[in-house]
Design a protein around this ligand. Structure first.
Ligand SMILES: [Zn+2]
Length: 385
């Protein structure tokens, strides 16, 4: 009860800075003594600050209260195929530090936990933040969250499928904080929703992220539509006519088999181009290597095909395609636009804003940090409330 009252008080002070204790008592219907006692504890805990008394015509005005956005921090961590990003935010979602480290792609769950913990520790130390001020952690990982078995014919043979819930559990034990787990795509969507500009103008947004899988999130009025069993968004398993590669889902010709990063690398290798990562693909494209360019064009065609299916079905206000490693290439973007034009129903496409985001920020990690702030109750469990 005291904890709930404390949270109510924190919420009021956040909304109306410089509010007085008397106002808080009135707004919460709590006794003034109760409010004062809780406020004193919140001040001692650093979450609230007193803003000093002001003289007014009626005499001394009571001391106001304000919320200390730097009382705690949240960390958002994004695990991608070859790196770990960390973003540290204050309680208002203002970024304090961005940090990255590389990750070898054939890691086990245990190695991943150690890498995440090491990266987080270095980030906190670089940000010069005391570890006890870390309120919660958001962890963004490649979907799906639970690992599955892959067939030997999998085009993603060099992807280790990890059960990320085990990683979440182990990390929670080590850092002694709540760890909120979701997919990179959903965390990315949260970061986009956080950008008020987009949310204000567009009520329905389809976000497509090209990474180690091609996934999508449909955002309706700031909420990610998750579908039954949170299984919505698998645009990467739409079958593209004419594509014959086997997918780990058991199907054939899925978008994932031509447009995901591991598949692009595999397709280049199949054409005797010995590339190991997207940097090497980019270098080959720069040198005019036609095998790598065609591979990327096929990826663009497949992505455009999937996006147009979604445009026809959902008629979104906006489609945002992200995944800089892939869509930074002119040949990919050109084929995406061409395929969307070719396959989309004209009226649906006409009213839809198509954006290819080349952002180099760390939106997944940022979304994870925001998610941790919103999920975690601001008051730490050991604060006496
Ligand atoms: Zn598939």
């Amino acid at each position: 009860m005291r904890r709930r009252n404390a949270m109510k008080i924190v919420a009021i002070v956040r909304e109306s800075p410089h509010v007085s204790r008397a106002d808080v008592a009135r707004l919460t219907n709590l006794a003034r003594a109760t409010v004062s006692s809780i406020v004193d504890d919140l001040i001692a805990g650093g979450l609230l600050r007193e803003t000093g008394s002001k003289e007014s015509a009626k005499g001394r005005r009571p001391i106001g209260l304000s919320f200390n956005t730097e009382a705690r921090y949240s960390a958002g961590i994004c695990v991608d195929q070859d790196r770990i990003d960390v973003v540290i935010c204050d309680l208002d979602g203002v970024i304090r530090l961005e940090y990255s480290s590389s990750l070898k792609s054939d890691h086990t769950a245990q190695e991943l936990v150690e890498e995440i913990h090491g990266t987080l520790t270095r980030a906190l130390s670089e940000a010069q933040l005391p570890p006890d001020k870390l309120a919660a952690i958001g962890l963004a990982v490649p979907g799906p969250l639970r690992g599955g078995s892959t067939s030997s014919a999998s085009p993603e043979k060099h992807i280790v499928r990890i059960d990320y819930r085990i990683v979440q559990e182990a990390l929670t034990k080590i850092v002694q904080r709540e760890v909120v787990l979701d997919t990179n795509l959903n965390m990315y969507a949260i970061a986009q929703i956080g950008k008020a500009k987009i949310a204000a103008d567009f009520n329905t947004i389809l976000i497509v992220r090209v990474g180690h899988l091609v996934r999508s999130a449909f955002v309706i009025n700031d909420q990610v539509f998750e579908g039954r069993g949170k299984r919505a968004g698998e645009i990467g398993h739409l079958k593209v006519p004419g594509q014959m590669r086997h997918c780990f889902c058991g199907g054939m010709g899925c978008i994932n088999t031509v447009a995901s990063i591991p598949s692009i690398i595999d397709c280049c290798i199949d054409r005797n181009q010995p590339v190991r990562n997207m940097d090497e693909v980019a270098q080959a494209v720069k040198n005019g290597n036609k095998h790598c360019i065609e591979t990327l064009q096929n990826a663009g065609i497949a992505i455009g095909y999937g996006v147009s299916a979604a445009i026809n079905l959902l008629a979104p206000d906006m489609v945002l395609i992200a995944g800089r490693n892939v869509i930074e290439h002119d040949c990919v973007r050109h084929e995406i636009y061409a395929a969307v034009q070719r396959h989309s129903l004209a009226p649906n496409l006409e009213d839809c804003k198509l954006v290819l985001s080349m952002s180099d920020e760390k939106p997944e990690a940022y979304g994870a940090a925001l998610r941790a702030i919103s999920t975690h109750e601001l008051l730490p469990a050991d604060s006496g409330f």
